[in-house]
Design a protein around this ligand. Sequence first.
Ligand code: IMP
Length: 184
Amino acid sequence: MPQRPYVIDEMISAKAIAARVEALAKDITNAYRETDKLIVVGLLRGSFVFIADLVREIDLPVEVDFLEASSYGNAMESSREVRILKDLRGEIAGKDVLVVEDIVDTGFTLHHVVNLLKSRGPKRLEVCALLDKPSRREVKIKATWTGFEIPDEFVVGYGIDFAQRNRNLPHIGKVRFTDETAEA
Ligand code: IMP
């Protein structure tokens, strides 16, 4: 199917993201200050830029692992069925774990991943999400730390894609289709 034409309007600047990431990392460092090692689990692929910036601001011994869950069935519609495409390399039983997610939308992905990881018996498991769209929620779940609450817009950039494009934008922008006819 040919891609509809669109432009990206900036929503959150790279500077605002950097300031928020620093503040989140301070809170996380403080919350886990007793740990001998924090396992930071990035959910692929959307969290890869966020996790790279976040771990460099966390002042604790950190180990990084990744998990990939399928979420969007097509480019813009969330699917209710969540599948694990790539599991963690390491064990998390008895460990301090922080799950890092790009966006909590309907909540299905995070709910599934948190239940799965909790069933493995971590000592402590918290979630840090860069973005939250609370108005879209269908499953009751909330990250421990959230970067920004945003309205119901489809966003890209800072690791987040639209049909695998635009992940390399340094800021977060919203997708606006340019072939839409204006409402009267
Ligand atoms: P959920 O299961 O509906 O909460 O979907 C979460 C996942 O859907 C996120 O990790 C993203 O990968 C993707 N997603 C949700 N909203 C957007 C968006 O606005 N742009 C790009 N991907 C999104």
